[in-house]
Design a protein around this ligand. Structure first.
Ligand SMILES: N[C@@H](CCC(=O)N[C@@H](CS)C(=O)NCC(=O)O)C(=O)O
Length: 216
């Protein structure tokens, strides 16, 4: 199994997930700033032109961060992050879909259409006038999530979930890029601080982050 990856919050989710699982995999680096993922041969492997991808030993290549993490947990069930039985698994998936659909996807698109428009304008269809509205939708989503956390340590309760890793990596990335952490969030702000203290949080940051000037 080989992780084809780069700087960036989505590949960081997989790195952090692997660290939390205690699983090591081979790694191949691609340069997303240079646009390498939008050219062949990467495009032949993952037609979205996005990082990360996972190459299996039989040559199969998978994209999508969540699909990659789910497969890693199938191959390495312990420690359990995605749920030990079908209902726990469904509950877990329910939460990371909510986090992605109601919060992080808006944050990433606000970044692409706004702060990083010059980088993305030739890579993807951008809607610059939507950037501020998407930031606001994400803010509403974060406040909604905050209101549901009820002093739980993690988003889904008392154990770490992929939903935590997805939101943490996204927010740690966008916080200095026009979408600051709201310190008034009484559950999510302390959660963000606790997540930052996990050894996997620091260890998953790409070595090029400092040079690039973004945390991913
Ligand atoms: N839906 C994809 C999104 C992946 C994604 O947006 N990756 C970013 C890095 S965090 C990327 O490759 N950006 C380069 C680009 O958009 O050109 C996933 O979940 O893996």
């Amino acid at each position: 199994m080989k992780l084809i990856q780069s700087f960036g919050p989505n590949p960081r989710v997989v790195r952090m997930f692997l660290l939390e699982k205690g699983v090591e995999v081979a790694s191949e680096e691609v340069d997303i700033l240079d646009g390498e993922t939008h050219r062949t041969p990467y495009l032949d492997r993952n037609p979205t032109g996005l990082s990360p991808s996972l190459e299996l030993d039989d040559g199969t290549i998978l994209g999508e961060t969540v699909a990659i993490c789910e497969l890693i947990e199938d191959f390495h069930p312990k420690p359990v992050i995605l749920g030990a039985d079908p209902i726990a698994r469904a509950r877990s998936r329910m939460w990371y879909r909510r986090v992605e659909l109601l919060i992080t996807e808006h944050m990433y698109n606000a970044f692409r259409y706004g702060h990083a428009y010059e980088l993305f304008r030739d890579r993807t269809y951008c809607i610059p006038e939507a950037a501020e509205g998407l930031k606001e939708k994400a803010r509403v989503g974060r406040h909604w999530l905050d209101s549901l956390m009820h002093n739980h340590e993690f988003i889904t309760g008392d154990t770490l979930n992929l939903a935590d890793i997805i939101l943490y990596c996204c927010w740690d990335f966008t916080k200095d890029l026009g979408q600051p952490i709201e310190t008034e969030l009484k559950n999510l702000y302390p959660w963000y601080q606790r997540m930052s203290e996990r050894p996997s949080a620091q260890a998953s940051v790409h070595p090029a982050s400092e040079k690039i000037g973004m945390v991913g």
